[in-house]
Design a protein around this ligand. Sequence first.
Ligand code: PSV
Ligand code: MN
Ligand code: MN
Length: 424
Amino acid sequence: MILDKNIIEQHNQELAAKHQKKLAFFLEENEGADAHIQKLRDFQIAIPSWALGTGGTRFGRFSGGGEPSNLEEKMEDIGLLHQLNQSSGAISLHIPWDIPEDAEKIMSLAKKLNLKFDAVNSNTFQDQPGQEFSYKFGSLQNVKKSVRDQAIAHNIEVIKQGDALGSKSLTVWLADGSSFPGQLNFREAFENTLASLKEIYAALPEDWKMFVEYKSNEPNFYSTTVADWGQSLLYATKLGPKAYTLVDLGHHLPNANIEQIVSLLLMEGKLGGFHFNDSKYGDDDLTTGAIKPYQLFLIFNELVDGMDHAKMNHASGLAWMIDASHNIKDPLEDLLQSVEAIMMAYAQALIVDRVALKAAQQKNDVSLAQEILQQAYRTDVRPLIAEARLQNGGALNPVKLFRAANVRAALINERGSETKATGL
Ligand code: PSV
Ligand code: MN
Ligand code: MN
């Protein structure tokens, strides 16, 4: 389904007067902020191919209607999101949940929908039908070489598939670890994992990157072989310049200071990218910004500061991806909300008065430093984001238009009400 341009135009016309009034007020209050519009226009966040259906929990799954049943339909859904918000021009594939059987056909659809392929994700945390060896006791860490070789071969296959689509990076997330003390020799598990990753690294094309994603726990509950940013950084450093750490916001122990982690990884040139989501308890994969929007702002505050310092910009190679999916909301509305929250945190970080903040820090003026940060965080930046969307040809209010245009009903009409997308 592709939205008729007139529908977007009509929606924008209806909201134009109110929007202009809010924007004028915002620009009056935030002098020079119009300079950030181009940055917001350029910022693109990849949508995971596994988040377009209503995900389940281990207790149940309540599929919604009109869900995409193949990669083409998933891409069409992302194309729709991108039409609405003009910030979702990329897709991140999980293989083999989504197998691009005919790369040329997929590429031409991507061109039509104005989408790029961001990082491809391998999957050695589940056994696939017909697979020779099981990953029950891990994949790249496995005590058996035959299992490790199978997992290495899968990753190399994923690189090949991604390469055919113009993707430039591989994300490796491992469920490997142990659930009971004594089950695993930590050192050998690390060494096996490193040796396996080295073989995958050696198969990367010249201009590719490898992202090593960490996670504190789950599905293993005693140890995880890439459990935190230190361990991921250790692997990435030992692997070489094409290897980076990937931060998934839901993969930390409670109360971890993620913004500080981000700052140091960026300083070391080892921050590869993000999986954005939100959580209250664990790896909940809730809509980004739904629970801890201030934390999201503080992360972007470090990103903007670090990128300024390193003379980078958001397009300098960091992979911005969403990894959120759950079981009760319309997945497309959910993704629109996640993208909006990320844009908001980015815009708020852009308007931080960095000169004043630096001066306050130099004087150890703690209260003033807090005032400066919170001034930006408490500013309603939505008119600025809406303006960036408008200038890109998107909708002033994507969720509102998604509903007003009855998109879900049209998808149900097209695809049926008994649908189940592949993925989580
Ligand atoms: C694992 O929890 C994870 O965050 C990894 O990124 C996976 O690839 C993704 O979720 C999808 O299950
Ligand atoms: Mn993730
Ligand atoms: Mn996760």
